[in-house]
Design a protein around this ligand. Sequence first.
Ligand SMILES: [Zn+2]
Ligand SMILES: [Zn+2]
Ligand SMILES: [Zn+2]
Length: 747
Amino acid sequence: MYAHVIVDIAHSSVDRVFEYRVPEGMELALGQRVLAPFGRGNGVTEGYVVALSPDCTYDPQRVKEILRKEDPFPAFTAEQMDLAKQVAEVYHCTMSEALRLMIPAQMRGQRVREKRIPVARLVMEGEELETLLAYTQRRAPSQYATLEMLAQVQEIPSGDLYAICPKAKSGLAPLVKRGAVVMEEKAVRRLPFGAGRVVRDSAPPLTEQQRAAAGRIAVAMEEESGRVFLLHGITGSGKTEVYLDAIGRTLNRGKGAIVLVPEISLTPQMVSRFRSRFGDTVAVIHSQLSVGERYDEWARIRRGEARVVIGARSAVFAPVEDIGLMVIDEEHEQSYRSEIRPRYDAREVARWRCRAAGAPLILGSATPSVDAYYRCVNRGEMELLTLPSRIGESTLPRVYTCDMREELMAGNRSIFSGKLSELIRDRLDRREQMMLFINLRGYAKFVMCRGCGHVIKCPHCEVSYTYHRGRNGDYLRCHYCGETIPIPSVCPECGKAYLKHFGIGTQQVEEQVKDRFPEARVLRMDYDTTRGKNAHEKILGRFQRGEADILVGTQMIAKGLDFANVTLVGVMAADSALYFPDYRSPERTFQLITQVAGRAGRAQAPGDVVVQTYNPDHFAIQHAANQDYAAFYREEILNRKIAQFPPFSVFIRGLYTGEEREVLEAARRAGEACLSLLEQRGIEPLDVKQGPAPMAKRGGEYRSHVLIKLMRLPGLETVLDELYRILEEQDRGSRRPVVEVDPLSMF
Ligand SMILES: [Zn+2]
Ligand SMILES: [Zn+2]
Ligand SMILES: [Zn+2]
């Protein structure tokens, strides 16, 4: 038997597959990690078996032999091997790159393995044990104390034993000598933050709406048809309880489940609900785990000890065998798309896995992406489930839209509208909590000279600096490359001292709140205040315990948080994302306002939301204020149809970064090659742009792109594949081009 082994999975961007002979008597499976001799010096390398065959394509005399298996079980399941092939094909990457997604870093060449600790185990029993107990009680008190302890617990890590029973320090060794106790090395699980003791709860009765949705999912489970559901539930309607019900059924059927959330550190409440319901069978994977913790959770899943996996995007590849359900919460979030190679979409990968397993897939959101809703309602690719009202006594908040132009004309120059000031004062008096949302960290958006109109920009990037307040004075920082400079005293362009900052950030909101409401206790949550490990949990925990009245934050505070005492939400600048030159700006604006407004009034107390805007008549803001998704969708899908934007068309983009002339040349060549291919295929593109990207420079590197817009017609997939290859071929510099279909950003 011969094995095809892929080596150097961690570093190589090309697949390096070699043939080896399988030694007599060695049982090998696909996906097995092996050690094999490699290269001229026959050094030892690690590799993975990707194919097995009875024949050899080389001279059998010269084929080397596999040295040994690394693990008792294959690192990849058979299903994952198939999945990797599909990922490699669809997202144009190598098998190595695809396989890398499915194993923790330790198995890609690093040396951290299971953590092993010494454990003392009692092996004596019955009469023999009683005799020894009686004997040591009289003659050896420390041995007696140790033995008594072990008789209760059978086995215990020796460190814990010494802590509980200090006499064991002298008592344990003689007991080992007598053969009453053996010392063993055991793998232990490093418990990630938040794990450990949880209070178990049981399922509450479902509401009628929840029961209807859960019932449809249960039917799909029985059918094993791989049905996809779009669960559209307004904020506070209890989507999570529908997920929990479906997971419970999945476990009862002896199958496993994967639940994806946008960012796990922002959803500690959801994780603890899962743990309370299902206990230790829940594994949590997220970016803040240490490498060791990550390995342990992976191994628990791989061994089948954990059957429910919760994690962010990459958990879509978790080695759960016999998948019975997948859930993607907050389906509309961009974080489900990978920003690095392979640029996969976790929603699409989940669809493949569920289809192959015949398992239902639930996409849940209060604000479904236009794309998903279109596929569901207009194309019938998914079944729509709706939760149209909030659970319990809770009602949707009252929303006030405040026109900041009118405020300005009435002489209010502050960042708070009259209504917001009034309501903040009211909540402080009633000792209720508030959230103020602003989609920019720092103090101000940019600095401009009022003399000549010059905006101070980062020299390395084609963007303006953001104004920050610092402990040692204010400074300007580039949010793309991190470049930081002191605030200039005069305009670098005209030399006049007319510099002024514009646009508000979280620091300014925090400062103004403290200024205007000195008694208010304020917490700020943004990228700058959450860099330490578990910093999110700490801030959210303090707010939860009522240690602050007001939480100021970026979109971090818009996601899935339930605080019973929050009865006021202020959207400080609803338009901040509206005039971003991207066809998705109205959609993103609608989603953000709706999500953040949904944080108000989650329990018995009714909530208020103040939306501050300079565009009170814009449809995205109006429909968000009315919390009316259907109306927003009707208007938005019509706009897209008229303007021929996705889902009616598709964008493909090749982005080239590096030296200015080289990248311009690469984009020009790629653009020409694409156009001639389209001509050959008889396809008229809707739009073609080539040349400097809108952000023409970033981190000191020049950026040029080719952006092609095509009508979505049958047979498009093949053409997209061909264009993809052409765009990726223009690789002359050191940096690989970034090729994306429906790019995350057009900049
Ligand atoms: Zn100037
Ligand atoms: Zn920069
Ligand atoms: Zn393709």
